[in-house]
Design a protein around this ligand. Structure first.
Ligand code: HEC
Length: 123
Protein backbone atom coordinates (compact mmCIF):
# COMPACT_ATOMS: atom_id res chain seq x y z
CA UNK A 1 0.00 0.00 0.00
CA UNK A 2 1.27 3.45 -0.84
CA UNK A 3 1.96 5.82 2.06
CA UNK A 4 -0.72 8.22 0.80
CA UNK A 5 -3.30 5.43 0.91
CA UNK A 6 -2.26 4.52 4.44
CA UNK A 7 -2.79 8.09 5.59
CA UNK A 8 -6.18 8.12 3.92
CA UNK A 9 -7.27 4.91 5.64
CA UNK A 10 -6.01 6.20 8.96
CA UNK A 11 -7.94 9.47 8.53
CA UNK A 12 -11.07 7.59 7.55
CA UNK A 13 -10.80 5.42 10.66
CA UNK A 14 -10.30 8.46 12.88
CA UNK A 15 -13.30 10.22 11.31
CA UNK A 16 -15.51 7.19 11.84
CA UNK A 17 -14.37 6.89 15.46
CA UNK A 18 -15.10 10.57 16.07
CA UNK A 19 -18.56 10.42 14.48
CA UNK A 20 -19.40 7.28 16.41
CA UNK A 21 -18.32 8.91 19.67
CA UNK A 22 -20.36 12.03 18.92
CA UNK A 23 -23.43 9.89 18.25
CA UNK A 24 -23.07 8.06 21.54
CA UNK A 25 -22.63 11.33 23.43
CA UNK A 26 -25.63 12.87 21.70
CA UNK A 27 -27.75 9.88 22.58
CA UNK A 28 -26.66 10.06 26.19
CA UNK A 29 -27.49 13.72 26.54
CA UNK A 30 -30.75 13.29 24.72
CA UNK A 31 -31.71 10.55 27.16
CA UNK A 32 -30.64 12.45 30.30
CA UNK A 33 -33.48 15.01 30.40
CA UNK A 34 -35.94 12.25 29.63
CA UNK A 35 -34.62 10.32 32.62
CA UNK A 36 -34.91 13.29 34.97
CA UNK A 37 -38.39 14.03 33.65
CA UNK A 38 -39.29 10.45 34.41
CA UNK A 39 -38.30 10.75 38.06
CA UNK A 40 -39.60 14.31 38.49
CA UNK A 41 -43.24 13.59 39.48
CA UNK A 42 -42.08 11.81 42.61
CA UNK A 43 -40.07 14.74 43.95
CA UNK A 44 -42.66 17.26 42.72
CA UNK A 45 -45.42 15.78 44.87
CA UNK A 46 -46.62 18.15 47.59
CA UNK A 47 -45.53 17.21 51.06
CA UNK A 48 -48.48 15.62 52.86
CA UNK A 49 -49.86 17.44 55.92
CA UNK A 50 -48.50 16.32 59.28
CA UNK A 51 -49.65 12.78 59.88
CA UNK A 52 -52.02 12.19 62.74
CA UNK A 53 -51.31 8.90 64.42
CA UNK A 54 -54.41 7.12 65.63
CA UNK A 55 -52.54 5.13 68.28
CA UNK A 56 -50.53 7.92 69.90
CA UNK A 57 -52.79 10.93 69.27
CA UNK A 58 -56.43 10.09 68.59
CA UNK A 59 -56.78 7.09 70.85
CA UNK A 60 -55.32 8.66 74.01
CA UNK A 61 -57.55 11.69 73.51
CA UNK A 62 -60.73 9.64 73.23
CA UNK A 63 -59.55 7.25 75.91
CA UNK A 64 -59.08 10.07 78.38
CA UNK A 65 -62.48 11.59 77.64
CA UNK A 66 -64.80 8.74 76.64
CA UNK A 67 -63.73 5.97 79.00
CA UNK A 68 -65.21 3.64 80.08
CA UNK A 69 -68.28 3.55 77.84
CA UNK A 70 -66.67 3.48 74.37
CA UNK A 71 -63.70 1.27 75.27
CA UNK A 72 -63.30 -2.41 76.03
CA UNK A 73 -65.73 -3.39 78.77
CA UNK A 74 -67.82 -0.23 78.35
CA UNK A 75 -71.54 -0.22 77.60
CA UNK A 76 -71.02 1.28 74.12
CA UNK A 77 -67.98 -0.74 73.11
CA UNK A 78 -70.00 -3.23 71.07
CA UNK A 79 -71.79 -0.49 69.09
CA UNK A 80 -69.22 2.28 68.96
CA UNK A 81 -65.71 1.08 69.81
CA UNK A 82 -63.46 4.16 69.86
CA UNK A 83 -60.26 2.13 69.65
CA UNK A 84 -61.08 1.45 66.00
CA UNK A 85 -60.27 4.12 63.41
CA UNK A 86 -63.34 3.01 61.41
CA UNK A 87 -65.63 4.14 64.22
CA UNK A 88 -64.00 7.56 64.27
CA UNK A 89 -64.21 7.82 60.48
CA UNK A 90 -67.87 6.76 60.54
CA UNK A 91 -68.93 9.20 63.25
CA UNK A 92 -66.94 12.08 61.80
CA UNK A 93 -68.05 15.46 63.11
CA UNK A 94 -70.75 13.82 65.23
CA UNK A 95 -67.93 13.38 67.74
CA UNK A 96 -67.96 17.14 68.20
CA UNK A 97 -71.26 16.95 70.03
CA UNK A 98 -69.18 15.56 72.91
CA UNK A 99 -65.77 17.02 72.12
CA UNK A 100 -65.90 20.79 72.22
CA UNK A 101 -62.23 21.68 72.63
CA UNK A 102 -60.98 23.52 69.52
CA UNK A 103 -57.56 21.81 69.47
CA UNK A 104 -59.05 18.38 70.00
CA UNK A 105 -61.57 18.99 67.24
CA UNK A 106 -58.79 20.05 64.89
CA UNK A 107 -56.83 16.90 65.63
CA UNK A 108 -59.87 14.80 64.87
CA UNK A 109 -60.58 16.77 61.70
CA UNK A 110 -57.02 16.18 60.49
CA UNK A 111 -57.38 12.52 61.29
CA UNK A 112 -60.67 12.28 59.39
CA UNK A 113 -59.18 13.98 56.32
CA UNK A 114 -56.26 11.60 56.48
CA UNK A 115 -58.52 8.55 56.73
CA UNK A 116 -60.59 9.78 53.78
CA UNK A 117 -57.44 10.22 51.68
CA UNK A 118 -56.19 6.79 52.66
CA UNK A 119 -59.51 5.32 51.56
CA UNK A 120 -59.18 7.06 48.19
CA UNK A 121 -55.64 5.78 47.67
CA UNK A 122 -56.47 2.16 48.38
CA UNK A 123 -60.06 1.35 47.41
C1 HEC B 1 -70.98 7.34 80.46
C2 HEC B 1 -70.81 6.59 79.23
C3 HEC B 1 -70.38 7.36 78.00
C4 HEC B 1 -69.31 8.16 77.84
C5 HEC B 1 -68.26 8.54 78.88
C6 HEC B 1 -69.32 8.61 76.48
N1 HEC B 1 -70.39 8.07 75.81
FE1 HEC B 1 -70.87 8.36 73.86
N2 HEC B 1 -72.49 7.24 74.09
C7 HEC B 1 -72.88 6.61 75.26
C8 HEC B 1 -74.15 5.93 75.04
C9 HEC B 1 -74.89 5.13 76.09
C10 HEC B 1 -74.53 6.19 73.72
C11 HEC B 1 -75.77 5.71 72.99
C12 HEC B 1 -76.98 6.51 73.40
C13 HEC B 1 -76.86 7.92 72.95
O1 HEC B 1 -76.90 8.17 71.73
O2 HEC B 1 -76.77 8.81 73.82
C14 HEC B 1 -73.46 7.01 73.14
C15 HEC B 1 -73.43 7.45 71.84
C16 HEC B 1 -72.47 8.27 71.31
C17 HEC B 1 -72.48 8.77 69.95
C18 HEC B 1 -73.55 8.49 68.90
C19 HEC B 1 -74.20 9.72 68.36
C20 HEC B 1 -74.86 10.56 69.41
O3 HEC B 1 -74.40 11.70 69.62
O4 HEC B 1 -75.84 10.09 70.02
C21 HEC B 1 -71.38 9.52 69.81
C22 HEC B 1 -70.92 10.28 68.56
C23 HEC B 1 -70.68 9.48 71.07
N3 HEC B 1 -71.38 8.71 71.94
C24 HEC B 1 -69.52 10.14 71.30
C25 HEC B 1 -68.87 10.15 72.50
C26 HEC B 1 -67.63 10.84 72.73
C27 HEC B 1 -66.87 11.60 71.67
C28 HEC B 1 -67.31 10.65 74.02
C29 HEC B 1 -66.13 11.18 74.77
C30 HEC B 1 -65.87 12.60 74.68
C31 HEC B 1 -68.36 9.84 74.63
N4 HEC B 1 -69.28 9.55 73.66
C32 HEC B 1 -68.37 9.44 75.93
C33 HEC B 1 -72.19 6.58 76.45
C34 HEC B 1 -71.06 7.31 76.71
Amino acid sequence: MRPVMRVCVLLLALTLAYVYGACVRAKFYAAAPALSAFSAPESAQPTPPARVDSNTQVRPLLESRCTPCHFAGGTMYARLPFDRPETIAKLGTKLFTRIKDEKEQQLLRDFLTQQAEKGRDQP
